[in-house]
Design a protein around this ligand. Structure first.
Ligand code: GLU
Length: 286
């Protein structure tokens, strides 16, 4: 008898995507631990991607330290810059052709426009307060710009958001999320005026190309997820699922940042702390 085809869910593929701009700290380790636990729980793969596009901010020394610290903490990935894999390369700096292709598609679909505004121009033109994640909501000055009008001025490419539309998604950890385009976030840069693809574009292009099924990251990126959902739509790609982790705060209630050297994994291991002890302190599942 002819059997109807059974829909098989794609195998879970998660990723760790650190930027080598400083030493990893306990906050990163915690978010990454969730990512690793999720991949294990679903019997899937965990991929390591080195987000090293911003060569003005990253240093080679941090790439090596990153790999070392991740291994020390107990992370284990099946694809990555050091082990290879079928979606190589895993260093963003070697993936320019993917970003260029994505940019071209956004351009062909008229989703983006060239913007010649400097940071100062934007600050001066903005009367409304900041977006939900503290970025300024771009006032739309260049929305009607054509590429032919930029002359020899430097320009970035900006994504035109559908003003007033609610972008909603069901976060696997934090539940239903809603952000209003044009209010909680404005037209955002997808390609910087120094020729470097912006985080929003490289992240979407890579998560899609690497067939990531769930993105686990910090709650500081919730609004970026709304931006990225618009990009997936524009590129005609299905978005992954999202699992945002609450951020770790220091004893003054401030977010841990790479500048909190005292909480870098290096420092902690130097003080004789073990990963198991550190995990216990945040009560993570082991
Ligand atoms: N490289 C980015 C960061 O470290 C990745 C963010 C993400 O997980 O999407 O912030």
């Amino acid at each position: 008898m002819h059997q109807p085809p059974i829909a098989v869910a794609p195998k879970y593929r998660g990723r760790l995507a650190p930027s080598p701009t400083g030493y990893l700290h306990l906050g990163h380790a915690r978010t990454f631990w969730f990512a690793q636990q999720r991949a294990k729980q679903f019997g899937g793969e965990l991929i390591l991607r080195n987000d090293d596009l911003d060569s003005t901010r990253y240093q080679m020394e941090f790439v090596d330290a990153m790999l070392e610290d991740l291994r020390w903490f107990g992370f284990d990935w099946s694809e990555g810059p050091d082990v290879g894999g079928s979606f190589a390369p895993y260093n963003q700096s070697e993936r320019m052709s993917f970003y260029q292709a994505a940019l071209e598609r956004l351009r062909a679909g008229n989703f983006i426009y060239p913007c010649t505004c400097s940071r100062k121009d934007i600050q001066q033109a903005v009367t409304a307060p900041h977006a939900a994640d503290d970025e300024v909501v771009y006032p739309g000055t260049c929305r009607r710009n054509l590429k032919s009008e930029t002359g020899d001025r430097k320009f970035s490419w900006r994504f035109r958001v559908p003003d007033g539309e609610t972008i909603a998604f069901a976060d696997e950890n934090l539940g239903e999320q809603k952000f209003i385009a044009g209010k909680d976030f404005g037209d955002f840069v997808v390609w910087r005026n120094d020729g470097v693809p912006a985080y929003q574009l490289s992240c979407v292009a890579d998560d899609a190309a690497m067939q990531i099924t769930e993105v686990v990251r910090g709650a500081d990126l919730l609004v970026s997820t709304a931006r990225q959902i618009l990009m997936y739509r524009a590129l005609g790609l299905p978005p992954p699922r999202f699992f945002h982790c609450e951020l770790m705060l220091d004893d003054k209630g401030e977010r841990l940042a790479k500048r909190h050297d005292a909480l870098s994994l290096r420092q902690l291991s130097g003080q004789g702390k073990t990963p198991a002890e550190l995990r216990l302190a945040w009560g993570a599942p082991d």
